[in-house]
Ligand binder design. Structure first.
Ligand code: SF4
Length: 367
């Protein structure tokens, strides 16, 4: 055991890539602080003592979904009580209000369920209208699962869908819908949405077209440790090929109100280990993000000592994860994010979606 640790520490110290076997050893090992120290070293090399956040707002256009995944508490049938769908005017109103309330906001994050009837033009129209009204605002929209759905309903290729959206004003893509990129797991979690191969094809095509994206992992349900590590290796391989990923975001599964509600929520120990191991395995990703909505603010703050260099954004009105029982606030103020990054001895850096620095809070200034 000690020999294995020595090999892994030597590899990390010299910048050598960790293997599948190394990843499995770390994931199965209980020396959380030792894993965290190594991950922190990698984070320090990548971004020093800077920790990023952005000022954004989420818009979820509809929760009516044809896929009805077992993992999801958000998607529902059209006749269910919480069902809603926003018309383009409503989405534009929300964007207008968000810009009015938060003029420094740089990003709108738009993801939705797979509506049975709304045509692809509906989504392209929303992107186009918001982009025309607010050309400076970065529109990070539509997961690879949604893009695959659009291609299917519009009978277009992935490239054609992305070309239309890019021309309409799409800036980049979020990383959702990846779950675990493994067909066995997807058959249990989400048999009716994009397969692992389709998810990868959409992301590969987007990157080839200059559309950058994030990548996620949903863990803590029916997957094995091996499947978690293989997920990381699949992403690492695609990143070697395209270089188009910006950040990796591991999410713990929230079982409440899902078809898998008997599963127990992961512990803080497990969450911190997963974040740190992700940082160590994904040597070609610049950023690993702790999404505080899923993790809770306290765990997200502690994760800054475990290799994490990004806390996502101020968010405002997140619906999807709260449907699954997330007890966190639906948004957080910029002042609070800055304060809790500072408390860890790191320097808060407000960024835009493409990780350009908007403002570095390296003194005692308040936002
Ligand atoms: S995870 Fe996405 S595709 Fe699956 S039911 Fe929920 S909203 Fe629909």
């Amino acid at each position: 055991m000690e020999d294995k640790w020595t090999v892994i520490e030597q590899k990390v110290n010299s910048g050598e890539r960790l293997t599948r076997e190394d990843g499995l050893f770390l994931l199965k090992c209980n020396d959380l602080l030792r894993i965290g120290a190594l991950a922190r070293l990698v984070k320090q090399r990548k971004s020093g003592n800077e920790v990023y956040f952005n000022v954004n707002r989420h818009i979820n256009l509809t929760n009516i979904c044809v896929a009805r995944c077992n993992l999801c508490a958000f998607g529902c049938d059209a006749d269910a009580a919480p069902a809603y769908v926003m018309e383009p005017e409503k989405a534009l109103d929300i964007a207008c209000q968000a810009v009015k309330d938060t003029p420094e906001m740089t990003e709108l994050h738009i993801v939705s369920a797979l509506h049975p009837d709304k045509p692809f033009e509906y989504y392209a129209d929303i992107i186009s209208r918001i982009h025309q009204e607010f050309p400076e605002l970065h529109l990070k929209a539509f997961t690879a699962v949604e893009i695959a759905h659009f291609a299917k309903i519009a009978k277009l290729s992935i490239r054609e869908v992305l070309t239309i959206l890019k021309e309409a004003g799409l800036g980049s893509m979020p990383g959702g819908g990846a779950e675990i990129l493994n067909d066995r797991v997807r058959q249990i979690l989400c048999p009716n949405k994009a397969s692992a191969a389709e998810w990868l094809e959409v992301v590969r095509t987007a990157h080839q077209m200059g559309i950058r994206s994030n990548a996620t992992m949903l863990y803590g349900h029916v997957e094995t440790h091996e499947e978690r590590i293989d997920h990381l290796l699949t992403l690492r391989e695609l990143q070697d090929e395209t270089g188009g990923f910006q950040a990796f975001i591991p999410f713990p599964f929230h079982p409440d109100n899902t078809g898998l509600s008997e599963i127990k929520r992961t512990t803080a120990w497990e969450d911190l280990k997963m974040l740190a191991v992700s940082r160590l395995m994904l040597d070609n990703f610049d950023h690993v993000k702790a999404f505080w909505i899923m993790l809770t603010v306290p765990i997200a703050q502690v994760s800054l000592g475990f290799g994490i260099d990004d806390l996502d954004g101020t968010v405002v009105e997140e619906k999807i994860l709260h449907a699954a029982g997330a007890k966190t606030a639906v948004g957080i103020s910029k002042q609070d994010i800055i304060a809790f990054i500072r408390e860890t001895g790191n320097v808060p850096v407000e960024r835009d979606t493409l990780y350009r620095k908007v403002r570095v809070y390296d003194g005692s200034e308040t936002p």
